[in-house]
Design a protein around this ligand. Structure first.
Ligand code: NAD
Ligand code: IPM
Ligand code: MN
Length: 328
């Protein structure tokens, strides 16, 4: 049984995944690749073939590159549906999205398997079109608990983000987080409205420690957090459930504008692999070594998005070389 299932996907997904595969090989960790996203629609008529899903269920960790692209936009079956379904099937409700940079060290905990992405949606005969945001008390509590636990291991500050001045689901969210906060008296809990938190993230990102929020807000604010710490090429994520395999994927998408140009920054993918080593494979020391190797590559072989001229594989070369020194 391979320990890691790799789902390269589309656009720059396979390009950044290739660098992660080199690291897995160097570390002697067994892996298997499976079709996913647009690539799976083309070959198997669905973005998440059953064989892919079964392989993911049996793995210790699932690595995802990225899915989507203009060639599949507008069709009834979309690559993104595969990702949305995979997250739900594995019930990885807590999506950790760290953002680290000049004076900034924060983690967004994004609820990943509820809310607007999973509520009823459709088109009515009278022309109305709808998506619904639905949450239950237990769905909010379990992800909030993760965020409190995480804050406890860090600087002990948690901000819960909502739109409680307008949305009913946000009023539930705020109530559940407030109630749970009584169990975590050692964590300083604050609540913020998503619009002003977005502004504070841009103006004062260094003031945040852990943030917790529902799915759609987390999607948007995690790109903002990536933006204020060097861009999407750098941002990693870990999606965790209770006991099954987690999903580890960069925050960025398939970047059709640079796919095939060798410009893709593999840092977000490799940092996601580091999160997989830590949270999925029980290898925290290897995770630290890989993170250090990525930091070194960012200094010695930066890709164009971070001001350099290195290619994706140049970056990987530096990572591999410093990893080999570290684990020898
Ligand atoms: P994107 O993240 O793909 O790209 C946004 C911008 O960031 C682009 O200019 C791109 O070149 C740049 N960028 C992203 N990753 C980079 C990297 N590793 N190195 C250098 N530059 C990088 O977002 P988009 O353009 O809005 O979406 C493109 C497609 O990706 C869409 O089909 C969308 O649905 C999909 N998408 C997939 C995921 C995922 O698979 N997890 C995430 C986001 C978007
Ligand atoms: C992300 C992406 C996905 C999301 C899309 C591709 C479904 O934007 O992982 O941030 O919205 O969750
Ligand atoms: Mn996103």
């Amino acid at each position: 049984m391979p320990r890691v299932v790799c789902l390269p996907g589309d656009g720059i997904g396979p390009e950044v995944m290739a660098e992660a595969v080199r690291v897995l090989q160097a570390l002697g960790i067994g892996f298997e690749e499976h079709p996913f996203g647009g690539a799976a629609i083309d070959g198997w008529a669905k973005p998440l073939p059953e064989t892919t899903l079964e392989a993911c269920r049996g793995a210790d960790a699932v690595l995802v590159g990225a899915v989507g692209g203009p060639q599949w936009d507008g069709a009834a079956i979309r690559p993104e549906q595969g990702l949305i379904r995979l997250r739900k099937e594995l019930d990885v409700y807590a999506n950790l999205r760290p953002a680290v940079g000049d004076g900034v060290d924060l983690v967004i905990v994004r609820e990943l398997v509820g809310g607007l992405y999973y509520g009823g949606s459709g088109r009515l005969d009278d022309g109305r079109v709808f998506d619904t945001c639905v949450y239950t008390q237990p769905e909010v509590e379990r992800v909030a608990r993760r965020a409190f636990e995480l804050a406890r291991t860090r600087r002990g500050k948690l901000i819960s983000v909502d739109k409680a001045n307008v949305l009913e689901t946000s009023r539930l969210w705020r109530q559940v987080v407030t109630d749970l906060g009584r169990e975590y008296a050692d964590v300083e809990l604050k609540h913020g409205l998503v619009d002003s938190v977005a502004m504070w993230l841009v103006m004062h990102p260094g003031e945040f420690d852990v943030l917790v929020m529902e799915n759609t807000f987390g999607d948007i604010l995690s790109d903002v957090a990536a933006g204020v710490t060097g861009g999407l090429g750098l941002a990693a994520s870990a999606s965790l459930g209770e006991s099954g395999p987690g999903i580890f994927e960069p925050v960025h998408g398939s970047a059709p504008d640079i796919a095939g140009t060798r410009k893709a920054n593999p840092a977000g993918m490799l940092r996601s692999l580091a999160l997989a080593l830590e949270h999925g494979l029980g290898e925290p020391a290897l995770a630290r070594a890989l993170e250090a190797a990525v930091d070194k590559a960012l200094e010695q072989a930066p890709t164009p998005d971070v001001g350099g001229t290195a290619t994706t594989s140049d970056f990987g070369d530096v990572v591999l070389a410093s990893l080999e020194v570290a684990v020898r």
